[in-house]
Design a protein around this ligand. Structure first.
Ligand code: HEC
Length: 161
Protein backbone atom coordinates (compact mmCIF):
# COMPACT_ATOMS: atom_id res chain seq x y z
CA UNK A 1 0.00 0.00 0.00
CA UNK A 2 1.22 3.43 -0.87
CA UNK A 3 1.89 5.61 2.16
CA UNK A 4 -0.28 8.26 0.51
CA UNK A 5 -3.24 5.91 0.29
CA UNK A 6 -2.66 4.68 3.81
CA UNK A 7 -2.77 8.25 5.10
CA UNK A 8 -6.03 8.87 3.27
CA UNK A 9 -7.66 5.79 4.81
CA UNK A 10 -6.39 6.76 8.23
CA UNK A 11 -7.97 10.16 7.81
CA UNK A 12 -11.31 8.63 6.80
CA UNK A 13 -11.20 6.29 9.79
CA UNK A 14 -10.41 9.17 12.11
CA UNK A 15 -13.26 11.26 10.77
CA UNK A 16 -15.67 8.34 11.15
CA UNK A 17 -14.52 7.77 14.69
CA UNK A 18 -14.94 11.44 15.45
CA UNK A 19 -18.54 11.44 14.21
CA UNK A 20 -19.28 8.31 16.19
CA UNK A 21 -17.93 9.83 19.40
CA UNK A 22 -19.93 13.02 18.85
CA UNK A 23 -23.10 11.01 18.28
CA UNK A 24 -22.45 8.96 21.38
CA UNK A 25 -21.84 12.08 23.44
CA UNK A 26 -25.04 13.79 22.39
CA UNK A 27 -27.00 10.61 23.08
CA UNK A 28 -25.37 10.46 26.51
CA UNK A 29 -26.23 14.10 27.01
CA UNK A 30 -29.90 13.42 26.33
CA UNK A 31 -29.88 10.46 28.70
CA UNK A 32 -28.32 12.55 31.46
CA UNK A 33 -30.72 15.41 30.78
CA UNK A 34 -33.69 13.03 30.85
CA UNK A 35 -32.65 11.43 34.12
CA UNK A 36 -32.26 14.79 35.82
CA UNK A 37 -34.94 16.86 34.11
CA UNK A 38 -37.64 14.48 32.85
CA UNK A 39 -40.14 17.37 32.87
CA UNK A 40 -38.09 19.38 30.40
CA UNK A 41 -40.01 20.72 27.41
CA UNK A 42 -37.61 18.73 25.24
CA UNK A 43 -39.41 15.55 26.27
CA UNK A 44 -42.98 16.55 26.93
CA UNK A 45 -45.30 16.42 23.96
CA UNK A 46 -47.48 19.46 23.70
CA UNK A 47 -50.89 17.94 24.44
CA UNK A 48 -52.03 20.31 27.12
CA UNK A 49 -53.33 22.90 24.69
CA UNK A 50 -55.54 20.50 22.79
CA UNK A 51 -57.12 19.05 25.92
CA UNK A 52 -58.92 22.28 26.72
CA UNK A 53 -61.08 22.14 23.66
CA UNK A 54 -62.17 18.56 24.01
CA UNK A 55 -64.55 19.19 26.86
CA UNK A 56 -68.16 18.77 25.93
CA UNK A 57 -70.85 21.31 26.58
CA UNK A 58 -71.95 19.67 29.78
CA UNK A 59 -68.41 19.53 31.12
CA UNK A 60 -67.94 23.23 30.77
CA UNK A 61 -70.82 24.08 33.06
CA UNK A 62 -69.44 26.74 35.33
CA UNK A 63 -69.44 25.54 38.88
CA UNK A 64 -70.58 28.81 40.31
CA UNK A 65 -73.78 30.37 41.46
CA UNK A 66 -74.71 27.51 43.75
CA UNK A 67 -74.51 26.50 47.32
CA UNK A 68 -71.34 24.72 48.22
CA UNK A 69 -71.40 20.99 47.67
CA UNK A 70 -70.12 18.39 45.31
CA UNK A 71 -70.83 18.55 41.62
CA UNK A 72 -71.30 15.76 39.19
CA UNK A 73 -68.38 16.23 36.82
CA UNK A 74 -70.20 14.91 33.81
CA UNK A 75 -73.33 17.02 34.03
CA UNK A 76 -72.54 19.78 36.49
CA UNK A 77 -75.49 18.89 38.70
CA UNK A 78 -75.13 19.27 42.43
CA UNK A 79 -74.76 15.81 43.91
CA UNK A 80 -77.69 15.08 46.15
CA UNK A 81 -80.55 12.64 46.62
CA UNK A 82 -82.53 12.38 43.39
CA UNK A 83 -79.75 13.54 41.08
CA UNK A 84 -79.77 10.35 39.05
CA UNK A 85 -83.50 10.71 38.39
CA UNK A 86 -82.87 14.24 37.16
CA UNK A 87 -79.94 13.15 34.99
CA UNK A 88 -82.02 10.33 33.52
CA UNK A 89 -85.07 12.46 32.77
CA UNK A 90 -83.81 15.96 32.21
CA UNK A 91 -80.75 15.70 29.99
CA UNK A 92 -82.24 13.79 27.06
CA UNK A 93 -83.51 16.75 25.08
CA UNK A 94 -81.37 19.63 26.20
CA UNK A 95 -78.14 20.14 28.04
CA UNK A 96 -78.02 19.87 31.80
CA UNK A 97 -77.01 23.46 31.78
CA UNK A 98 -80.48 24.59 30.81
CA UNK A 99 -81.60 23.07 34.09
CA UNK A 100 -78.70 24.15 36.29
CA UNK A 101 -78.75 27.74 35.16
CA UNK A 102 -82.29 28.12 36.50
CA UNK A 103 -83.43 28.95 40.00
CA UNK A 104 -87.07 28.29 40.77
CA UNK A 105 -89.45 27.48 43.52
CA UNK A 106 -90.97 24.03 43.65
CA UNK A 107 -94.17 25.34 42.09
CA UNK A 108 -92.28 26.99 39.26
CA UNK A 109 -90.28 23.82 38.60
CA UNK A 110 -93.51 21.90 38.53
CA UNK A 111 -94.99 24.38 36.08
CA UNK A 112 -91.89 24.14 33.87
CA UNK A 113 -92.17 20.37 33.80
CA UNK A 114 -95.88 20.62 33.04
CA UNK A 115 -95.14 23.05 30.25
CA UNK A 116 -92.60 20.65 28.75
CA UNK A 117 -95.08 17.81 29.05
CA UNK A 118 -97.77 19.77 27.27
CA UNK A 119 -95.67 21.32 24.55
CA UNK A 120 -92.32 19.51 24.28
CA UNK A 121 -93.31 15.85 24.51
CA UNK A 122 -91.83 15.35 27.94
CA UNK A 123 -93.10 12.04 29.28
CA UNK A 124 -94.98 11.40 32.48
CA UNK A 125 -92.37 11.30 35.22
CA UNK A 126 -94.53 9.04 37.37
CA UNK A 127 -93.18 8.29 40.82
CA UNK A 128 -89.96 10.10 39.94
CA UNK A 129 -91.71 13.45 39.74
CA UNK A 130 -91.76 14.19 43.49
CA UNK A 131 -88.13 13.04 43.76
CA UNK A 132 -87.12 15.30 40.89
CA UNK A 133 -89.10 18.21 42.29
CA UNK A 134 -87.56 17.74 45.73
CA UNK A 135 -84.11 17.73 44.24
CA UNK A 136 -84.69 20.78 42.06
CA UNK A 137 -86.51 22.78 44.72
CA UNK A 138 -83.76 22.11 47.22
CA UNK A 139 -80.67 22.56 45.06
CA UNK A 140 -81.92 25.04 42.50
CA UNK A 141 -84.11 27.19 44.64
CA UNK A 142 -84.29 30.93 44.18
CA UNK A 143 -81.45 32.37 46.17
CA UNK A 144 -81.76 35.53 48.13
CA UNK A 145 -77.98 35.89 48.09
CA UNK A 146 -76.03 36.19 44.88
CA UNK A 147 -78.40 36.41 42.00
CA UNK A 148 -80.91 39.20 42.29
CA UNK A 149 -84.48 38.03 42.37
CA UNK A 150 -87.05 39.14 39.88
CA UNK A 151 -89.27 41.91 41.12
CA UNK A 152 -92.48 40.63 42.57
CA UNK A 153 -95.32 43.03 42.24
CA UNK A 154 -97.85 42.49 44.99
CA UNK A 155 -100.11 45.34 44.22
CA UNK A 156 -100.54 47.50 41.20
CA UNK A 157 -101.47 51.05 41.79
CA UNK A 158 -103.04 53.49 39.44
CA UNK A 159 -101.17 56.62 38.60
CA UNK A 160 -103.41 59.58 39.13
CA UNK A 161 -102.86 62.67 37.11
C1 HEC B 1 -88.78 15.54 25.82
C2 HEC B 1 -87.72 16.48 25.83
C3 HEC B 1 -87.41 17.18 27.15
C4 HEC B 1 -87.11 16.59 28.34
C5 HEC B 1 -86.97 15.13 28.65
C6 HEC B 1 -86.92 17.66 29.28
N1 HEC B 1 -87.05 18.87 28.64
FE1 HEC B 1 -86.74 20.68 29.47
N2 HEC B 1 -87.12 21.54 27.69
C7 HEC B 1 -87.40 20.88 26.51
C8 HEC B 1 -87.49 21.85 25.44
C9 HEC B 1 -87.75 21.51 23.98
C10 HEC B 1 -87.23 23.10 26.00
C11 HEC B 1 -87.14 24.42 25.31
C12 HEC B 1 -85.70 24.59 24.91
C13 HEC B 1 -85.41 25.92 24.37
O1 HEC B 1 -86.15 26.85 24.63
O2 HEC B 1 -84.38 26.02 23.69
C14 HEC B 1 -87.00 22.89 27.41
C15 HEC B 1 -86.71 23.89 28.30
C16 HEC B 1 -86.41 23.69 29.64
C17 HEC B 1 -86.13 24.74 30.57
C18 HEC B 1 -86.05 26.22 30.26
C19 HEC B 1 -87.47 26.74 30.38
C20 HEC B 1 -87.51 28.21 30.12
O3 HEC B 1 -88.49 28.80 30.55
O4 HEC B 1 -86.60 28.74 29.48
C21 HEC B 1 -85.92 24.17 31.79
C22 HEC B 1 -85.59 24.85 33.09
C23 HEC B 1 -86.07 22.75 31.61
N3 HEC B 1 -86.38 22.49 30.29
C24 HEC B 1 -85.96 21.83 32.62
C25 HEC B 1 -86.14 20.47 32.44
C26 HEC B 1 -86.17 19.52 33.53
C27 HEC B 1 -85.99 19.87 34.99
C28 HEC B 1 -86.36 18.32 32.98
C29 HEC B 1 -86.53 16.99 33.70
C30 HEC B 1 -87.70 16.84 34.48
C31 HEC B 1 -86.47 18.49 31.52
N4 HEC B 1 -86.33 19.82 31.25
C32 HEC B 1 -86.64 17.47 30.62
C33 HEC B 1 -87.57 19.53 26.35
C34 HEC B 1 -87.35 18.60 27.33
Amino acid sequence: MQPDQFNKQLKLLRNGLCLFVIALMSLGGFVVLYTFYPESSLFTVKEANQKQFETSDSLSVPLVNSQEGEYDLETGFIEDVGMSAVVNNCTNCHSARLVTQNRMSREAWKATIKWMQETQNLWDLGEKEPIILDYLAKNYAPESKGRRQNLTIDKWYVLEQ
